[in-house]
Design a protein around this ligand. Structure first.
Ligand code: ATP
Length: 358
């Protein structure tokens, strides 16, 4: 197990500035997800922790020592790749133990370690097979087994589930989370899938365009996104974002009646803001914001309504079984926390709570 510190890390590929000063810490035993859209630099950062990319500037510390100039094999890390990277001509047991064989470990020790990893991963009956004789999920487990037998200080995962179908992804993410809780090894997990990050990680680092937007627990990011980027990125369906103006006693979106809120010092009358409302935080009524329905999608447990308010796309989720089709209108009123952002800077100003007018 190990504490990892990323200190003011920069990475340039020629003129491309892939990372622009990344700073965060990973506590001993923590599972940290690096998440962000394609091209934001998460794989580059992971590969720098692994020692597979040179560091342009800054320092990476693993277990208290600077590893910038250490070879990958001297860093005591194990990496699990998206494409599994298994040796096709080796059986599962040999794939898992190859690094130990290379290191000249005693045969007994190799056998014990492989059996232990196979037991943890439910691979006991597959040790004698070749990778081509396995399903995608089983291959991914072999790749994890190979990492486990090395007993590393840090696990590095590079989008390990993206080659699996949706159902298998869900079960494998639970397996990886359970595995981490069992082994307690520090883990860094790269994904572009925010649901994967939310469900698995102790802490999430949200990245965009080579910098960190926010670091926090999944629920901190969900409840208090620090800027519009994180607000739009975390949560599925995404937070609804609408421009609004602060009035004497609330907020006003376009020409709609005011949404009455408690009063706050940070919410001065007349200020132009962007208000964020989660899809679950609406009630259907006879008055309120007019929602032009595009489509309703019932799933049994809830109904998702997609449409537009003031021409802006909006998605609402209702516990009620509402019906509606393209061209219909309904009225909705926000009834949850209102996330308030500065329209100019995109930074969070605070959370406003609605009040019912009497
Ligand atoms: P994805 O989810 O698509 O894998 P990512 O967040 O992992 O994206 P990176 O692969 O880290 O992104 O890439 C970050 C930036 O660095 C991108 O703009 C990419 O084009 C650039 N980049 C990555 N590798 C190289 C390279 N070898 N040479 C030049 N530019 C590169």
């Amino acid at each position: 197990m190990a504490h990892v510190a990323i200190k003011d890390i920069y990475k340039n590929y020629g003129a491309v500035r892939a990372l622009k000063g990344i700073d965060f810490e990973i506590n001993d035993g923590e599972f940290v997800a690096l998440v962000g859209p394609s091209g934001c630099g998460k794989t580059t950062l992971l590969r720098m922790i692994a020692g597979l990319e040179d560091i342009t500037g800054g320092e990476i510390h693993i277990a208290g020592r600077v590893v910038n100039d250490l070879q990958p094999k001297a860093r005591d890390i194990a990496m699990v790749f998206q494409n599994y990277a298994l040796y096709p001509h080796m059986k599962v047991a040999d794939n898992m133990s190859f690094s130990m064989q290379l290191a000249g470990a005693p045969k007994d020790e190799i056998k014990t370690k492989v059996e232990e990893a196979a037991r943890i991963l439910n691979l006991e009956n597959y040790l004698d097979r070749y990778p081509r004789e396995l399903s995608g999920g089983q291959r991914q487990r072999v790749a994890m087994g190979r990492a486990i037998v090395r007993n590393p200080k840090v696990f590095l995962f590079d989008e390990p589930l993206s080659n699996l179908d949706a159902k298998l992804r869900v079960s494998m993410r639970a397996e990886i989370k359970a595995l981490h809780q069992r082994l307690g090894t520090t883990a860094v997990y790269v994904t572009h899938d925010q649901i994967e990050a939310m469900t698995m990680a102790d802490k999430i680092v949200v990245m965009s365009e080579g910098h960190v937007e926010q670091v926090g627990t999944p629920l901190e990011l969900y409840d208090e996104p620090q800027n519009l980027f994180v607000a739009a990125f975390i949560g599925s369906p995404s937070m609804n974002l609408m421009e609004a103006t602060v009035t004497e006693s609330g907020l006003k979106i376009g020409s709609f009646p005011e949404i009455a809120t408690q009063s706050y010092d940070w919410l001065p009358t007349g200020k132009e803001i962007v208000v964020g409302m989660r899809p679950y935080d609406f009630a259907i009524g006879d008055t309120g914001l007019k929602l032009d329905v595009s489509v309703t999608e019932p799933t049994g447990v809830e109904t998702q309504v997609a449409g537009h308010i003031e021409g802006k796309p909006v998605t609402c989720l209702f516990k009620e079984r509402v019906s509606g089709r393209y061209g219909d209108t309904m009225h909705v009123t926000p009834n949850g926390p209102l996330h308030v952002f500065d329209k100019e800077t995109g930074q969070r100003l605070g959370t406003a709570f609605t009040v019912t007018k009497h």
